[in-house]
Design a binder for this molecule. Structure first.
Ligand SMILES: Nc1ncnc2c1ncn2[C@@H]1O[C@H](COP(=O)(O)OP(=O)(O)OP(=O)(O)O)[C@@H](O)[C@H]1O
Length: 768
């Protein structure tokens, strides 16, 4: 890396000034276009609403009006689209004006004598003669900036691989139009600028990393071929960053065929969803859809309270051998296969059809439903057979509605309708559209009868004619047990399931197999529109859940990212074996595994300490950024511990914007909050929170997943809280949330996991 002379600096600054002035001119021009487009949209819209109003009273005019309305609608949509594009362009220019680019590559194509400089920024920008003054970081040629060291390089384009020679690579920091830092480098992206970026304080929400993407991260971002991309990356290695830049990349590359709504990211919690929500807009892209597992499951189990990962963690963070054996069984792919085998073999007699009730009496009896099902050919798939049964039931209901339409009570109801209610019931469209009065009365009668039986229709629509919980209970009864589970354990588990259902509760372990069984029987629950699924913190999901996702999103490509060392419940799994398991579970051909071992978030001393907590932490490479050693403080009583905590908060706040106190569970967080919030203005965060304030934040460790803070205080890392190696993942997660400062506070003797680091490697921490 070389520092550049002042002439070179001036030349580059002059170019920055030139580009910015071009952007300014272009911004003005685009703003004018935008204003024009805006008034055009307004006028088309007002035209549309007038046109839509006219002529709908006379039946003959309806068809013509309809065509006209469609045409107007099209005009409005196009005008709005045009306006949106211009608005987005203005926003892009605004971004570029402050910092037009961050990189420059000089390339010499074969046969050329002179190298050509190309500048790379967050979006492309061309002058009036179509000269590209800035290339988008996602353009094919830009990959050289991230991948290549100087010399011969190859890059991929839509028309095949291209060769060129990279003769110079330069990095810039540009703020408010001024170059603040500038380096030539031979490396992928040099450490100097990265040091600067990482040394800054956390500004609450995550920022994009496009200026400093590292080579392995770039491989994740630009992978367009894998059906299953698995990333095992140590804490702070940029997994979450890679997801977001990857989404921006995919959106750019498939502009025509991929839309942000067709991408779903499973987030570990809602705070995280907010934490990352600025990254894509900062790159000029719309955010993908985000959902937490808890929200996904509660949408699919309306009316049931499904245990969340957090509830589960609170309830069984130190789980018993039986609980572990149960998890192993229910979370395994074999369990899901067992569900599928069970469903395929079900005879009509075995399916748990149930009466559909109307006014507490059977409207359709289970036996009638079963007969419909049994009379359908065996050769039909489960789902088709179910659908045909449902359609037959709906047909029978309609017949019943038809009969009921002429019942005396219905006629009486019609007689009592006032004019307004009468007209409302017929609806504007059909007013005066009937051939005879009898037809009109029959039509009204059907509407009244349909309303009367609505509850039956809803029950059919929602598939309530199968008791899916009984069906699942039946499945559980015939499961063959692995070693480690006795019949009594299993019976207890089954009766807990049954009792849970009575109280509208469902254990998380049952969620995936139960949904799978329901979908297999009903053929519902699949979303074929989604093209990409991303799962962050995948170590907190079971293989059974992953298999369900694959089933629920059959056309999606999957990107799974995680760190098995940060698992809340599971043992660490070697990356290759994880990939093999996932590949088998997903049943895909093109699977790719990328491992990230370099950790960027924390200072060198913090990462060094955190990795020593792990039995196999040696693979983790700490990024070389200076900082204080982590501090371990032991206090004898809770009272003195809390006093220390308060003074620590005050001290840390003098230097840092955010200080997070991480605890083992919510109860502990609440207790601390009660004790210190008056003197520290601390905020207690829960899963319901959607924003991250600055200052002192108190939260249980599982809510801090995926997040980072300037200074972290791990509260009460005592042997009582973290007695043995089952807590390794949790302590490691806590320590690795810290960017600049880490303090571990213990009430009474520290956890043996921490003490053993101190015993061997005292130089890694400061003891107070
Ligand atoms: N190439 C990079 N350039 C600049 N900053 C980076 C880069 N890679 C990662 N970082 C920074 O490192 C920190 C950690 O990144 P990120 O949260 O994406 O890691 P992670 O692997 O998801 O972490 P964890 O598993 O611990 O939650 C973030 O502040 C991110 O901005």
């Amino acid at each position: 890396m070389s520092t550049l002379d002042s002439n070179e600096f001036k030349r580059e600054q002059a170019r920055v000034d030139h580009v910015i002035s071009k952007i300014e001119t272009q911004t003005e021009h685009t703003k004018n276009l935008y204003n024009q487009a805006h008034s055009e949209t307004r006028s088309v819209e007002s035209n549309y609403s007038q046109n839509a109003k006219i002529n709908t009273f006379e039946a003959d005019d309806r068809i013509e009006t309809n065509a006209e309305v469609q045409q107007q609608k099209g005009l409005v949509a196009r005008a709005v689209e045009n306006e949106t594009i211009l608005k987005r362009q203005v926003a892009t220019y605004k971004r570029l004006q402050a910092s037009p680019y961050f990189g420059r590559i000089d390339i010499k194509d074969p046969g050329e004598t002179q190298a050509e400089p190309l500048y790379i920024g967050t979006a492309s920008f061309a002058d009036e003669n179509e000269n590209f003054l800035i290339y988008d970081w996602r353009a094919p040629i830009s990959s050289i900036y991230y991948n290549g060291t100087l010399g011969k390089v190859t890059y991929q384009t839509p028309v095949g691989d291209m060769d060129t020679e990279l003769v110079k690579k330069r990095q810039f920091s540009i703020q408010s139009g001024k170059i603040t830092n500038m380096f030539d480098t031979n490396e992928t992206v040099g450490d100097e600028i990265l040091q600067e970026v990482l040394g800054q304080q956390n500004d609450t929400y995550m920022a994009n990393i496009v200026a400093t993407i590292q080579k392995e991260q770039n491989d994740i971002i630009r992978d367009t071929t894998s059906d299953l991309l698995v990333v095992q990356g140590v804490a702070g290695s940029g997994k979450t960053s890679a997801i977001l830049q990857r989404i921006a990349f995919l959106l750019y590359h498939s502009r025509k065929s991929l839309n942000a709504d067709e991408i779903v990211l499973f987030s570990p919690n809602r705070l995280y969803s907010r934490y990352i929500s600025d990254v894509l807009p900062s790159l000029g892209e719309r955010n993908m859809r985000q959902i937490t597992l808890a929200d996904f499951l509660s949408q699919r189990f309306q009316g049931l309270n499904v245990q969340s990962i957090f509830d589960r963690y609170e309830q069984e963070s130190l789980s018993s051998p039986v609980q572990q054996a149960l998890s192993q069984l229910l979370e395994s792919p074999t369990f899901m296969t067992a569900v599928s085998d069970y469903a395929q073999k079900l005879t009509p007699q075995e399916i748990q059809f149930t009466d559909i009730l109307f006014k507490e009496k059977p409207f359709f009896k289970a036996a009638e439903i079963r007969k419909i099902y049994a009379d359908l050919p065996n050769s039909l798939s489960l789902a088709d057979r179910f659908l045909k049964t449902k359609n037959t039931l709906i047909k029978r209901l309609k017949r019943r509605i038809d009969q009921e339409a002429d019942a005396d009570w219905v006629h009486e109801t019609i007689d009592h309708l006032n004019n307004e209610a009468y007209n409302d019931l017929i609806g504007k469209k059909r007013l005066r559209a009937f051939e005879s009065y009898d037809d009109e009365i029959h039509y009204l009668g059907r509407k009244i009868a349909a309303k009367h039986f609505r509850i039956v229709y809803d029950a059919l629509y929602n598939n309530y004619f199968i008791d899916i919980y009984n069906q699942y209970a039946d499945f559980l009864r015939q499961v063959s047990l692995p070693d480690g589970l006795t019949n009594t354990d299993w019976e207890n588990f089954q009766s807990t399931f049954q009792k849970g259902i009575e109280y509208h509760k469902l254990h998380l372990l049952n969620a995936a197999p139960l949904l799978f069984l329901r979908d297999l029987l009903t053929g519902e629950g699949r979303n074929r529109q989604i093209q990409y699924i991303f799962i962050d913190e995948m170590q907190d999901y079971s293989l059974a859940q992953m298999i369900y996702f694959k089933h629920a999103f059959p056309n999606a490509k999957f990107t799974l990212l995680g760190d098995s060392e940060q698992a809340l419940f599971k043992d660490v799994e070697a990356p290759q074996s994880l990939l093999n398991h996932l590949k088998a579970a997903f049943n895909v051909k093109r699977a790719n595994l990328i491992t990230l071992n370099r950790s960027y978030r924390s200072t060198y001393p913090i990462t060094n300490f955190a990795k020593k907590l792990l039995p196999d932490g040696d693979q983790i490479q700490a990024f070389n950024r200076e900082g204080d050693l982590p501090t371990v403080i032991v206090r004898d009583t809770r009272q003195t511990g809390l006093e220390t905590l308060v003074s620590l908060c005050h001290k840390e706040l003098q230097t840092y914007g955010t200080v997070a106190i991480l605890t083992r569970n919510m109860k502990e967080s609440r207790q601390i909050y009660e004790a210190i919030h008056r003197s520290t203005h601390a905020n207690l965060l829960s899963d319901a929170d959607l924003a991250l304030p600055k200052g002192v934040l108190i939260m249980p460790v599982y809510l801090a997943k995926g997040l980072e803070f300037d200074s972290v205080i791990a509260y009460d890392i005592s042997a009582t809280n973290y007695p043995d190696q089952r807590s390794t993942g949790i302590l490691y997660t806590m320590a690795s949330r810290a960017m600049h400062q880490l303090t571990l506070l213990s009430i009474g003797a520290a956890s043996p996991l921490v003490s053993s680091v101190l015993a061997d490697q005292e130089h890694l921490v400061q003891i107070e």
